[in-house]
Ligand binder design. Structure first.
Ligand code: C2E
Ligand code: MG
Ligand code: MG
Ligand code: MG
Length: 272
């Protein structure tokens, strides 16, 4: 009996595994053609000054319009793209779209683009950015790049050189999801950046948790001594905004101000 049960469990596991492998291969094959078929879109979410709700930038967020599946969120394809070597193509597609779209923004409003560690370490990443700027005519000062920390940066020296090259052009650089990923401080030490984005997991309970609030305070103090600006991600309520503002956090982003939208034009729905 035990043996039968064992075999049954094994078969269930086997079917489940086979199904997941199939799904993954299926997604990988479809993702290979997504760029060429024009299925990668950028949506936009504003970043605002917490004092007056003026939009300072808008962040491009990738979406995959997959036939018969609808709109696929980045959580369901960016990691796969990184693993199978498709992030360069997807990343430069989003970068190009964002730079072109940003020409329609008011002066002084930047566009902010997520960049995987994998993209930063590619030899020609500096050229990819310069080309996107040249082709769109966007001034470098109107481009922010957010280094996402999902992958460990191995070639940290060459990435640091790329950072320097981009900063001297006038592009602003941010560390995304700051506080998560064990490489936060390594990155802060290796790269000169302009901005930290505090991960939304620290913002969610910033009012109720003394622990989380202490961490946010620590990040704000650190940013202050390094002369960096800070964006708090994932602000959903006015009371979170009020608290963060009183703590000295300059910028914020979140559903309170606007959800990501398909249009680049920043419309902050919230004005109180
Ligand atoms: P991220 O860059 O940290 O972006 C913030 C994510 O939080 C976005 O999810 C956004 O829609 C969501 N968000 C914003 N405000 C709120 C809020 O108030 N509450 C809650 N619960 N969520 C909020 P999204 O669009 O699903 O993107 C997820 C992640 O995928 C991004 O996190 C980024 O790491 C990655 N990603 C997106 N686009 C790209 C891209 O073009 N290239 C790369 N390499 N990564 C990308
Ligand atoms: Mg981001
Ligand atoms: Mg982020
Ligand atoms: Mg985040």
């Amino acid at each position: 009996l035990a043996k039968d049960r064992g075999r049954a469990r094994y078969e269930v596991f086997d079917d489940d595994l086979r199904y997941r492998i199939h799904q993954r291969l299926d997604s990988e094959l479809a993702l290979r053609d997504a760029v060429e078929l024009g299925q990668i879109e950028s949506w936009y979410q504003p970043i605002v000054d917490l004092q007056d709700h003026k939009v300072v930038a808008t962040e491009a967020l990738a979406r995959w319009r997959r036939p018969e599946r609808g709109l696929v969120m980045p959580g369901d394809f960016i990691a796969l793209a990184e693993e199978v070597g498709l992030i360069k193509g997807i990343g430069s597609t989003v970068l190009g779209q964002a730079c072109r779209a940003a020409r329609g923004l008011p002066q002084g409003v930047a566009v902010s683009v997520n960049v995987s560690a994998r993209q930063f370490v590619q030899d020609d990443f500096g050229d990819v950015v310069k080309r996107a700027l040249a082709e769109s005519g966007l001034p470098p000062e109107q481009l922010w790049l957010e280094l996402t920390e999902s992958a460990v940066l191995d070639a940290i020296d060459s990435a640091a050189r790329t950072f320097q090259e981009l900063r001297s052009l006038g592009v602003r650089l941010a560390i995304d999801d700051f506080g998560t990923g064990y490489s936060s401080f390594t990155h802060l030490r290796a790269f000169t950046v302009d901005l930290l984005k505090i991960d939304l997991t620290f913002i969610r309970d910033v009012e109720s948790s003394d622990h989380d609030r202490a961490i946010v305070e620590g990040i704000l103090r650190l940013a202050d001594s390094l002369n960096l600006d800070v964006v708090a991600e994932g602000i959903e309520t006015t009371s979170q905004r009020d608290l963060l503002r009183s703590m000295g956090c300059r910028f914020g982003q979140g559903y309170l101000f606007s959800k990501p939208t398909p249009s680049v034009h920043p419309e902050v729905q919230f004005a109180h």
